[in-house]
Write a protein that binds this ligand. Structure first.
Ligand code: ADP
Ligand code: MG
Length: 397
């Protein structure tokens, strides 16, 4: 938080009046299931987008990010994409959402400082959107109705604003997703935004993307969550992600299902001849993942951690063989993890095509695990490995 405030003071020569932060997330199990109305397990982790801001007296917005050299400046009545600061599109998209939903916007200055690596699969983009939505809410209090309508809201007598309830948190997640879908142009699902908003310390978030139900179940205290960043940067804006999504949707339509959530593994096998090979493999991955999340939830609740870990390895194999969203570096990381007895399971996490792996490791052995994987990765690829032991934390505030 401190860096965002310091950066604000340095850049704007004043003290910020409001701060917000939103955590990144790790997808524990349930790959590419969210936009298929499926099931997914996620963790909010102790890597954050921090923002500091203060209102302005005019209708301009000035944004500074410690991750990018140039600030972004624009007028609220002339929001458009600017190729010299594409990162600002996330914030612009969010402001446009607020306006479309009925809120009169006002000018402000803000700085962003993030400890979430960009493009590593920990969803820095969703955290940026969630932090923006909360910072604007603190600067100019508003509430979101369940239908998404935004209206200005008075502060409490203490000057505070009311805490967000669960229903309103979900409306925030949808608004952030809409900004990413419609303005930035990434057809992402709701997983990232929900995770950043609904995280709870030491709990796994179970999300049903069909009815948007959220539940929590404890993560065994004996387990450490280790994230290993391949250093291969994924490029979600565009290409592969949208291709996989289109193929999943086409497969569901051909099978007369509203979404792949409604297709069981045996129905998929029976309908295989109607699908192109690529559609079939995409669907097989997603339907398999939904099944694994279902079985995994039972295992976690019953304390079968070894069984749960095996599902993570199976998930990765399906990414590699069916969905083709792995890459050689991620495969190497998972193979190295499998050789460590303290590792219960490992898989790529997030969109794929680069980014990071998630590893569940016996807590006492986590540091040693990091060292060994780094050595093996260096030998196999010549790349230095960045890895983190992540704490599972509360959602955005
Ligand atoms: P991921 O969400 O997996 O980290 P994405 O490609 O979806 O990867 O989002 C990364 C993009 O989000 C960056 O290219 C940038 O535009 C924006 N972003 C992330 N972190 C910051 C930051 N600290 N400052 C400004 N923009 C950021
Ligand atoms: Mg993203």
């Amino acid at each position: 938080m401190l860096e965002a405030a310091t950066s604000f003071q340095r850049h704007f020569g004043a003290v910020p009046t409001q701060m917000a932060r939103a955590p990144g997330r790790v997808e524990l199990l349930g790959n590419h299931t969210d936009y298929n109305q499926g099931l997914v397990m996620a963790l909010a982790v102790d890597k954050y987008v921090f923002m500091a801001g203060a209102p302005r007296s005019d209708d301009k917005v000035e944004l500074v990010s410690t991750a990018f050299p140039r600030p972004a400046r624009f007028r609220l009545d002339a929001i458009k994409k600017d190729e010299t600061a594409p990162w600002a599109n996330y914030l612009k998209g969010l402001l446009l959402q607020l306006r479309e939903r009925g809120l009169a916007l006002r000018g402000f200055n803000a700085t962003i400082h993030s400890t979430i690596p960009l493009g590593a699969g920990l969803s820095s983009s969703a955290a940026l959107l969630v932090a923006t939505a909360l910072l604007v809410r603190k600067l100019f209090p508003y509430s979101l109705a369940p239908d998404g309508h935004a209206s200005a809201m008075p502060r409490l007598e203490t000057g505070e604003i009311p805490a967000l309830g669960a229903a309103e948190r979900m409306a925030f997640a949808k608004m952030c997703q809409a900004a990413e879908n419609r303005f930035v142009g990434v057809n992402c699902g709701l997983l990232d935004h929900i995770s950043s908003l609904f995280g709870q310390a030491n709990q796994v978030i179970l999300i049903d993307c069909q009815n948007l139900g959220v539940e929590w179940t404890p993560l065994a205290a004996d387990l450490a969550v280790v994230v290993c960043h391949s250093g291969v940067r994924h490029a979600l804006v565009g290409g592969e992600y949208n291709d996989r999504r289109a193929n999943c949707e086409a497969a569901a339509a051909t099978l007369d299902a509203p979404a792949l959530r409604a297709v069981a593994l045996d129905a998929l096998a029976a309908g295989r001849a109607k699908l192109t090979p690529h559609q079939h493999k995409c669907a097989l991955h997603v339907v398999g993942e939904i099944d694994r999340v279902q079985r995994g939830a039972t295992m976690l609740r019953g304390g079968d951690l070894a069984g749960f870990g095996r599902l993570l390895f199976e998930s990765h194999a399906s990414s590699r063989e069916n969905f083709h969203n792995s890459c050689p570096e991620l495969d190497i990381l998972v193979d190295l993890a499998r050789q460590q007895p303290a590792c219960l399971g490992a898989r790529l996490t997030g969109g794929g095509f680069g980014g990071a792996t998630l590893n569940l490791v016996r807590r006492g052995a986590a540091e040693d695990f990091r060292t060994r994987i780094a050595e093996g990765y260096q030998q196999a690829t010549g790349r230095a490995l960045e890895s983190w032991i992540c704490q599972v934390v509360n959602g955005a505030a």
